[in-house]
Design a protein. Sequence first.
Length: 105
Amino acid sequence: MKIAAKNTILLVSVEMDLSHLPHHVLKDMGNRSFTEGHYQDALVYYSGAIEKQPNISSYYSNRALCYVQVHEYVKALLDCKYVWGVHFYVYQALGVSNFIDFFLS
């Protein structure tokens, strides 16, 4: 997977091949990019982490926060819906299981 992104760790703009990086490294790169306000870069890194490890719900919630920052609210809601689906029983107990469907309809 080759992705053109500003590498916030090296602070240079390069085309990067992220396929060799483990998911946790991509997540860390996403966290750093988010902290520095480079939300588009963070989206690239979190999406790469999700591609490698799609069952870690925190990657989706982190990506959702990036989508909110770049005003892509439907994508943010879809990532939240995935997380809520994974943790359905927890959210059902909290009484918010239909919350996201309300906003997507």
